[in-house]
Every structure is written in C-alpha cells, then in structure tokens.
Design a protein around this ligand. Structure first.
Ligand SMILES: CC(C)(COP(=O)(O)OP(=O)(O)OC[C@H]1O[C@@H](n2cnc3c(N)ncnc32)[C@H](O)[C@@H]1OP(=O)(O)O)[C@@H](O)C(=O)NCCC(=O)NCCS
Length: 186
C-alpha cells in the first residue's frame, strides 16, 4: 500500500479487551523503541518500559482504552482515564487510583502507542477523537496529559498546551524528560 492510499484509511478504534493484553505488551516496546529514538536514549526507553510505558489494566476494565487493528493485528492503542494516575503500567501506577470527579477534576489522556510501521497514518488522531468524545460525554471539561516528547506534537495538534516540562525519575540514575499538557473540552 502506498502512502497516499494508507493515509485515507478510516481507522475505527474499538474498545480494548483483556484478551488484547498480550498483543499490547508486545506493541508497546516496539513503538517506544521505534518512535522515541529522536528524544530518548535506548537506556532511558528500557528503564521507562514497565514503570512509565506499559499496559494499565484498569483502563481496559473501565472501558476507556482503545485499539486500532490492521489485518487482525493491533497496530495502535491509547485511551483516557477517570482515575488519578497520569502514566504508568500496572506495576508503576504513579498515584493512587481514586476516581476523579468530572465536575472538579481533569480527565487524563493515557498510553498512546502506534506500531512504527503504521506511524503518521492518522491512528493516533483517530484514537484521540474517540477519547475526547468519551471524555466530553462523561462530563469532564478539562483534560490533562503527561506526554513524552514524542507524543507532544500529536497532542499539540489537538490544541493541548504545555503546562510544565519536568523529568520523570527512572531507575539507574536515569530520568525521562516529559511534558504536562492541558486543554478545556466540551
Ligand atoms: C505519538 C504517537 C502515538 C502518534 O501516533 P500517530 O498515529 O503516528 O499520529 P497521527 O498520524 O495520528 O498524527 C496526527 C498528527 O499529530 C502530529 N504528529 C504526530 N506524529 C508526529 C511527528 N512524529 N512529528 C510531528 N508531528 C507529529 C501531526 O500534526 C499529525 O498530523 P499530520 O500527520 O497530518 O501532520 C506515535 O508517534 C507513538 O506511538 N510514539 C511512541 C510512543 C509515545 O511516545 N507515545 C506517546 C505517549 S504520551
């Protein structure tokens, strides 16, 4: 398939299921190692895989995590959350997972990963649209993201603005530059 055809694909994200977890666990490192090298070293990526980049089963159980498939294989994933955690897989939850109050709190955008072979074809955009629609439907009016530097252009293209740049501490004395972004929706 050439680029002009593939960019016309009308991606249709579906909700992730527990049965997808194995495929997601394989996709996330492929995505990070393939698409983050302009911003992070292999050592930073390795240290972030798990604690920062990983599957958060709570999102799948909440029905707030989406996947995109191509020929039966998952080629992209991402979601939103009505819980405290801003990033991290199951083992690395950054904060307790209390439910947020849509009237007062910010919803979260979480864990977007696209297969390197399918990058820049609109998959991230398609999942973002699903997330923003679901967030607005749930009554939130503010959204927050702790983004990688690789993710920043996608979120900026949706109108998210930089709130703060900071470093996520990793094992081995390493750290991961990250950016907190925000937007009002609805
Ligand atoms: C961030 C990521 C999910 C984007 O997914 P994607 O499917 O490639 O993004 P899309 O094709 O939907 O891009 C939509 C828009 O975002 C912006 N964008 C996305 N990737 C970009 C890049 N590498 N450089 C510049 N702009 C980019 C562009 O405005 C793009 O629109 P355009 O292609 O019409 O110019 C993907 O690069 C990825 O998986 N990165 C590695 C994992 C990661 O860091 N995830 C973010 C966690 S917070």
């Amino acid at each position: 398939m050439n680029d002009s055809v593939s960019t016309l694909i009308n991606w249709a994200p579906r909700l992730a299921a527990e049965a997808d977890i194995g495929e997601l666990e394989a996709l996330i490192p492929l995505s990070a190692r393939g698409l983050q090298t302009a911003h992070y070293s292999p050592e930073q990526i390795n240290a972030a895989l798990g604690p920062v980049f990983g599957v958060d089963r709570r999102l799948i159980r909440d029905g707030t995590y989406f996947v995109v498939e191509q020929e039966g294989r998952i080629v992209g994933c991402g979601g939103w959350s009505r819980r405290q955690s801003l990033y991290g897989g199951d083992q690395g939850a950054a904060e307790p997972n209390d439910a947020l109050d849509p009237a007062r709190d910010t919803a979260r955008i979480r864990a977007f990963f696209v297969h390197p072979k399918w990058a820049r074809r609109g998959i991230g955009r398609a999942i973002m649209r699903e997330c923003e629609a679901a967030i607005a439907k749930s009554g939130f009016s503010k959204v927050e993201i702790v983004a990688t530097l690789s993710g920043e252009p996608l979120y900026a293209s949706f109108g998210y603005v930089v709130v703060e740049r900071f470093e996520i501490r990793l094992t081995g004395g390493l750290s991961l530059p990250a950016v907190r972004m925000g937007k009002e929706v609805g």
